[in-house]
Ligand binder design. Structure first.
Ligand SMILES: [Fe+2]
Length: 399
């Protein structure tokens, strides 16, 4: 489905590092091609950083300038932002025992945004990019066999219904070898650079290097430990849907493996990033509560707040560090699942700054190699309180 260019969306920026390419379908190249810090040393995806470059930004831009696009979903979202809405018309919903709308103290904006009442009402098919359509600089771009497998796995995610078992994949020998290589490479860094909660949870996962863990098994483990579930998804989800999923203690996870030619690099989330980076931390109840608070804050949030929450997510769940015994220890999945990023963060050369969700957060840097700024929590307990209070303070725009 073609997407027309809208304004400057899709154009390179002045540094030549802008990464969106639009053609037969929306394709994303989320990383700089000319960065000094070669992104190919990363094993963690940087996909969330591409959000602003893709449909989210296109939607925002279109709402502003009122242009038509041929993307039906984009058009729908664009129109929804133009519907005038009565003040204080708030729908009260119950979310995992918490009254989401009780966190709504005002609805000053004119956007009409529906709050999902259950995880079934959260769309898991609205992808920002990747999916089956790989960009030209994706390691698997020329590999037809790999792309066909991605289509097959993506379709499993698309057809999955909440409550069903997640389909079990027979990973190939090549995929298992990639998983093993990544795990072998990362494990030596965990004791030095990961927070103690991660180390405990990682042991609980008891990952085998001889087989790629099944999402269904990990989901069952999560259910037992923290009450969370995994829902398969075909690619990088729209941020509202992804964040809304957290409100229902559901983590949307990809199931496909990165391309075997570059095991230490992926430009997108893949099953290694999800399993190594996200799943262990979600076993920890306090961390899981932190993610839940971000999700609750996203229910009924305006587009502007969704963008801000995406940054809160970025600086915590993806690239967060927690202070332990005077040192910044990693808990963010983007650090922990990345061979290059975990060493970079552990070297202590990046700036540390205490997380302040009320402040304007720096832009998410996905084009300059490793992160130059990490945001810190004093503890997960403090982080939960901070984000709960922050969520309570946010206005909602509800339909
Ligand atoms: Fe992630």
């Amino acid at each position: 489905m073609a997407i027309q260019r809208v304004g400057k969306v899709g154009s390179p920026n002045s540094s030549g590092a802008f990464t969106v390419k639009r053609s037969a379908a929306s394709r994303v190249r989320p990383l700089s091609l000319n960065s000094q810090n070669s992104t190919e040393t990363h094993s963690a995806y940087k996909g969330f950083g591409a959000l602003r470059s893709t449909r989210w930004q296109a939607s925002k831009k279109c709402a502003k300038i009122g242009r038509e696009t041929s993307n039906r979903t984009l058009k729908k979202r664009t129109l929804s932002t133009r519907i005038p809405h009565k003040r204080n018309q708030v729908e009260f919903v119950e979310v995992n025992g918490e009254d989401a709308a009780s966190r709504t103290d005002q609805t000053p904006q004119s956007e009409a945004i529906k709050i999902p009442r259950s995880i079934e009402e959260v769309d898991n098919g609205s992808l920002l990019g990747f999916g089956d359509d790989l960009a030209e600089d994706h390691p698997g771009y020329l590999d037809e066999e790999y792309k066909a497998r991605r289509v097959m796995i993506g379709n499993l995610g698309r057809s999955h219904k909440v409550g069903q078992e997640i389909p079990r994949l027979q990973y190939t020998d090549t995929e298992i070898a990639t998983w093993k290589e990544i795990l072998d490479s990362l494990e030596e860094f965990f004791p030095r650079f990961a927070c103690k909660e991660y180390l405990d949870a990682y042991a609980l996962c008891d990952f085998s290097k001889e087989e790629v863990p099944q999402l269904q098994d990990m989901s069952e483990l999560l259910q037992k430990q923290s009450g969370w579930s995994i829902r398969p998804v075909a690619g990088l989800l729209h941020p509202r849907d992804f964040l809304n999923g957290l409100a229902f203690k559901t983590f949307h996870s990809t199931q496909y493996m990165r391309h075997h030619s570059k095991p230490m690099y992926t430009p997108e989330p893949d099953v290694c990033h999800e399993l190594i980076g996200h799943v262990p931390m979600l076993l920890n109840p306090q961390y899981a509560q932190l993610a839940h608070e971000i999700g609750l804050a996203s229910l009924g949030a305006s587009e502007k707040d969704i963008w801000h929450l995406t940054k809160v997510y970025w600086y915590t769940i993806e690239f967060g560090v927690v202070m332990q015994e005077g040192e910044a220890k990693a808990f963010g999945a983007g650090i922990i699942s990345s061979y290059g990023e975990i060493q970079h963060q552990g070297a202590g050369k990046a700036t540390l700054q205490k997380l302040d969700p009320y402040s304007k957060l720096p832009k998410m840097s996905y084009k300059d190699g490793y992160q130059q700024l990490y945001m810190t929590l004093d503890s997960f307990e403090d982080g939960v309180k901070l984000l709960r209070n922050f969520a309570s303070s946010r206005p909602k725009s509800c339909a």
